[in-house]
Design a protein around this ligand. Structure first.
Ligand code: SAM
Length: 296
């Protein structure tokens, strides 16, 4: 098989599967992208330029990695499947225009949830400069990966992540929709979130049961006034504990007295019958301040 065909094609992917007697491991969320246009969409959404520093999560057989390297990026990749180093080593392009691509790729065989970026990197990327995170995520750990990255000390300029469409819709949701909830607010209170691309299940091998979407997260320029994120996340979760009930009702777990609860709603300028999904991020921030003042 000529390597002039991209790994992200059904024919080349099938040839790799046959050559190495491999099978996609469901428990590792292995659905390989075989749609070059979808991958180019990810590379474009991440705005990859020559010389960019990229951390990729789960390179698999290298379909996205190959396009990141061809776009000129330096790629540090985290993978856990011990069958893949040999495949990546043999199948990723070795050279372009005389340049040795191996110098721009480093594989770390480690669970990304246990990553220590500085230690694992070993001087490969210059981590005093911002990196871009790019991944077709293993879907079974989508939210822990996002939160680990957001909460890490790593200086990143963007996270461009393929995930199940249903989760993507929750990340970008607006108030008064059924997708809007604690996950939306936890992420939007920390990052800008943009939906870049929707990808059908036919773009993968094997095909997942769900459709997918690419979301780009970038650091907020104006951060909301939240001093204690753990408390903020906790309050938001309590507010949505029973999303069909009113906010006053859900707040019972935090404040026993009904009059006090109603006073907080009226201090927010809201109707006493308001439901949690009607509050904007700014209103949740204000609510948390009122609760803190009340506890003081
Ligand atoms: N990037 C490839 C592509 O687009 O075709 C593969 C993406 S596949 C959806 C997810 C990849 O993440 C698999 O290669 C899987 O082995 C890897 N993976 C699963 N759990 C992981 C973990 N905890 N840490 C790092 N990689 C993981």
């Amino acid at each position: 098989m000529s390597n002039s065909m991209p790994i992200a094609s059904p024919v080349r992917t099938q040839a790799i599967v046959n050559r190495y007697f491999m099978h996609a491991k469901k428990n590792l969320g292995q659905n390989f992208l075989v749609d070059l246009a979808a991958i180019k969409g990810i590379v474009e959404a991440a705005d990859i330029q020559a010389g960019d520093q990229v951390i990729e999560i789960g390179p698999g057989i290298g379909s996205l990695t190959e396009q990141l390297l061809l776009a000129g990026a330096n790629v540090l990749a985290y993978e856990v499947d011990q069958d893949l180093p040999e495949i990546l080593n043999n199948e990723l392009p070795q050279k372009i225009d005389g340049e040795d691509l191996k110098d721009r790729f480093k594989l770390v065989m480690k669970d990304v949830l246990k990553a220590n970026f500085i230690e694992d990197n070993g001087g490969f990327l210059n981590l005093s400069k911002a990196v871009k995170i790019v991944a077709n995520l293993p879907y079974y750990i989508t939210t822990p990966i996002i939160f680990n990255l957001i909460k890490s000390d790593l200086d990143f300029s963007s996270l461009t992540l393929m995930m199940q469409k249903e989760v993507a819709e929750r990340l970008v949701a607006k108030p008064k929709t059924k997708e809007y909830g604690p996950l939306t607010i936890a992420v939007q209170s920390r990052m800008n979130v943009r939906l870049a691309e929707e990808v059908k299940s036919t773009s993968f091998m094997p095909r997942p049961k769900v459709d997918s979407a690419v979301v780009v997260l970038t650091p907020l320029i104006e951060k909301p006034d939240i001093s204690d994120y753990a408390f903020f996340d906790h309050v938001v979760k309590m507010c949505f504990a029973q999303r069909r009930k009113t906010l006053v009702n859900n707040l019972k777990a935090l404040i026993k007295d009904k009059d006090e609860r109603e006073k907080i709603i009226s201090d927010l300028g809201l109707d006493v019958r308001v439901r949690p999904e009607e509050l904007t991020l700014e209103q949740f921030v204000k609510l948390v301040h009122l609760l803190k003042d009340q506890q003081a």
